[in-house]
Design a protein around this ligand. Structure first.
Ligand code: FMN
Length: 177
């Protein structure tokens, strides 16, 4: 069985999650090709395609939707696993329990999604771009109305990355084959 994983990740949390998935799939002797969205070319000979992205203000990373639209024909010829990495899992799903980011994808691609999930990520304020720092600061202060100790706590490095969770989820991918 051959898999390709194409991931978009700003601060490497999605990259970490897909590396754990790759590691687990390889323990089943599956062949796994890992590609960063920025340099990816969809492989002709994989049956399963895992598309993974970090979530920013409810959206996929820059370039993710465009990549899928530009490669719609080949992507929609695969069985697709769609993954999001985020801090709040519930907010990523709509009322029908679909990932909200699905709305931006072409119908032919949506129809080929066989599995979708949100995996936990991490937030390290210190490593963020200036734009992301401003955006997070605004969110905590003006939308969540945090201040004092509560604000300080949210700005501390926080990780929810969890290899155990990711390996448990990987079993669902294995069961598809
Ligand atoms: C500016 C900004 C906006 C974010 N928006 C969301 C969001 O809407 N929902 C969420 O659950 N997490 C949100 N996050 C947290 C990211 O999804 C989390 O840091 C994730 O690990 C990023 O993955 P990546 O490093 O692979 O890009 C946001 C983070 C930043 C910096």
């Amino acid at each position: 069985m051959k898999y390709q994983i194409i991931y978009g990740s700003r601060y490497n949390a999605t990259r970490q999650n897909v590396l754990w998935i790759k590691e687990r799939l390889e323990l089943e002797d599956f062949e796994v090709e890992l590609s960063n969205l920025k340099y990816a070319k969809v492989s002709q000979d994989c049956e399963f395609l895992i598309l993974a992205t970090g979530i920013y203000s409810g959206q996929a990373v820059e370039g993710f939707n465009d990549f899928i639209k530009e490669n719609e024909d080949i992507i929609s010829s695969k069985k697709i696993v769609l993954l999001a990495t985020a801090m709040n899992k519930e907010n990523c799903f709509d009322e029908e329990k679909n990932l909200k980011i699905i709305k931006e994808l072409p119908l032919s691609v949506k129809e080929k999604i066989v599995l979708q999930e949100v995996l936990f990520g991490e937030m390290i304020f210190k490593t963020m771009s200036k734009e992301d720092k401003v955006s997070i600061d605004y969110f905590y202060k003006n939308i969540m109305h945090l201040e004092g100790e509560a604000l300080e706590k949210m700005l501390m490095p926080r990780t929810l990355l969890d290899k155990k969770d990711v390996w448990e989820f990987s079993q669902k991918i294995i069961n598809l084959s």
